[in-house]
Design a protein around this ligand. Structure first.
Ligand SMILES: [Zn+2]
Length: 184
């Protein structure tokens, strides 16, 4: 059963009723037609939406390309230098970790906890290893640009000074790459 509206008193009346139960009128307003879903309009709007998103992406890419070409040779050189310095730092850190691992009583028990690039091109390393009694201990080391490795256990104060200068503020993470080098 649906409801329709009485033309006289605006009461909601069953569409089965012959007369309005409120006022007895027999005329009713026609039911408003159900709004039809305009699939055509939706299709056109969706299509336009897809095109708009495509244009936006394209513009972003063009802007990025423009920013890249707008770089001065000095900027490019600076970026390339920073990249190669980070690569050098990565290599320095990986080599130091290799040396540390082989210098351990039990190299197979050596696990890298963290490795990252510090200040002044240094590599910052933390690890776990086993001592001569077979007990696991945590260790840290700083690989300096001069190829010197300062180890917490051995170098004590010199290690602490170097760590505070180079490693206290964190830096680019090298752990994944150094783990890969260790597995070679
Ligand atoms: Zn009525």
């Amino acid at each position: 059963m649906a409801l329709i509206t009485c033309t006289e008193c605006n009461a909601q009346v069953s569409d089965q009723a012959r007369a309005c139960p409120q006022c007895g009128a027999t005329k009713f307003k026609p039911r408003p037609p159900k709004p039809k879903t305009n699939w055509k309009l939706i299709a056109v709007l969706s299509f336009l939406g897809i095109i708009a998103v495509g244009i936006m992406f394209n513009q972003q890419n063009e802007q990025r390309a423009a920013a890249e070409t707008a770089k001065t040779p000095e900027q490019r050189a600076k970026e390339a230098k920073a990249k190669s310095e980070e690569l050098q730092q990565q290599t320095l850190t990986a080599n130091a970790v290799k040396i540390l691992k082989t210098s351990m009583k039990d190299p197979t028990a050596f696990t890298l906890t963290s490795a990252y690039g510090g200040a002044n091109g240094a590599g910052c390393i933390t690890y776990r290893a086993k001592n001569s009694f077979g007990a696991t201990f945590p260790g840290s080391a700083v690989a300096l640009k001069s190829d010197k490795i300062l180890i917490e256990e051995k170098d004590r104060n010199r290690f602490v000074d170097a760590w505070n200068i180079a490693c206290a503020n964190g830096g680019p993470d090298f752990k994944v790459i150094v783990d890969l080098v260790l597995r070679e």
